[in-house]
Design a protein around this ligand. Structure first.
Ligand SMILES: *Cc1c(COP(=O)(O)O)cnc(C)c1O
Length: 368
């Protein structure tokens, strides 16, 4: 791999293929695969990831918002795209780009039907979201009759799928709760299908659901984090390869005398001689202030260098007192060995937050 000459996020497409193949191997042949590429493909690059996956047997893509779907269409993605959390203000744009909305309450359902009628649509594909315990978005089981009655009044839309989302698929202590969600979803599905008279696809599993609830894959699964190389436990992680490596370089080395301070607010005051390296990556690049003052660290020539003082907008300073290195040397923020998950854990957050925070100004490089 090339040595970094500036802050760079390297995306390893071979690792992506590995993760996809592994997840696919967990499915029955009749379960479709939806790749979740919201939030810039979990901080990597949604368009590149989708273009790459489109050539494999990915059946569906999902994003959170309409604008994310529009970007995929502009990048030539032709497979169906589910928009998980569209806002009514964007419904016209959604239809113009052949995106498929998740509709989760009476207000958005009725607003969408109204716009589909105005736009002279027939059988426009929609997805109905049911809440089975996450209590975030979705109709309840006792809304089935209402939803079906509304749908029967119009030819403008057709339900492509009904789905729900698990609250704790990674937590085996919550197995009973999750199995209840799955049972509730089965009951909703059969009521819905009976009432509407045709069979939309059904789906409930995210990455951890795929691994932990093989009996709940139904017609499709929705995987995000696993594609990017993380599970939600050490055991889940075993078979994934993180696709992203975040690298930077040493801009400058400083020798700090006892009694001097480093960085803004003089947050670090040295009680001994110290050598620091200044790196061109800061909170505007996605390394939040919570990583400052010794919590976060990078790896230089195989050795751990903790962040000294506060994280600045465009820089961090790290302690290299005992590391043999020089200006211009490569620095690993995270890679397959020093993972984003380990770094995230140092500030009690999760891989999802760290990788989706890597800002758009960080250069992306793809490795085939
Ligand atoms: C983000 C999201 C997913 C993907 O979850 P992972 O844990 O990343 O696999 C699936 N379904 C819904 C509704 C989501 O919002």
């Amino acid at each position: 791999m090339p040595k970094a000459q500036e802050t760079t996020l390297e995306i390893d497409l071979k690792a992506l293929k590995h993760n996809f193949t592994y997840l696919k191997s967990k499915l029955q042949s009749n379960s479709k695969f939806l790749a979740v590429v919201k939030a810039f493909g979990y901080g990597s690059d949604a368009c590149k990831i989708a273009q790459y996956l489109q050539d494999f047997n990915v059946d569906y893509f999902a994003v959170a918002y309409v604008n994310e779907g529009v970007e995929l269409r502009n990048a030539g993605i032709s497979k169906p795209i589910l928009v998980l959390h569209p806002q009514a203000a964007n419904f016209k744009k959604l239809i113009e780009h052949c995106l498929e909305p998740s509709l989760y309450n009476a207000k958005v359902l009725n607003e969408f039907i109204k716009i589909a009628v105005e736009e002279k649509q027939t059988d426009y594909p929609i997805h109905i979201k049911f809440n089975t315990g996450l209590n975030r978005l979705g109709f309840w089981e006792n809304d089935v009759e209402y939803v079906v009655s509304k749908l029967k009044l119009t030819q403008s839309v057709k339900v492509k799928s009904i789905f729900s989302h698990l609250a704790a698929s990674e937590d085996l202590n919550e197995k009973e709760f999750t199995e209840n969600q799955i049972e509730n979803f089965k009951s909703i599905s059969s009521k819905f299908i009976d009432a509407i008279g045709y069979k939309p696809m059904t789906h409930i599993c995210n990455t951890s659901g795929i691994l932990n609830y093989p009996g709940a894959h139904f017609d499709m699964v929705r995987s995000g984090i696993g594609l990017y190389g993380f599970g939600n436990s050490e055991k889940e992680n075993e078979n994934f390869k993180p696709i992203a490596t975040l690298k930077t370089i040493i801009s400058q080395i400083h020798l700090i005398e006892k009694g001097e301070s480093v960085g803004y607010n003089r947050a670090f005051k040295s009680d001994d001689f110290l050598k620091t390296a200044t790196l061109p990556i800061g909170h505007a690049d996605g390394i939040g202030r919570q990583y400052g003052n010794g919590k976060g660290f990078v790896t230089i020539n195989g050795q751990k260098a903790p962040i000294v003082g506060n994280v600045c907008m465009d820089m961090i300073m790290v302690n290299i007192t005992n590391i043999d290195c020089k200006e211009g040397d490569e620095v690993i923020v995270f890679d397959q060995n020093n993972t984003a998950e380990t770094l995230a854990e140092a500030t009690k957050t999760i891989s999802y937050e760290l990788i989706t925070s890597i800002s758009q100004r960080v250069k992306r490089v793809f490795i085939k």
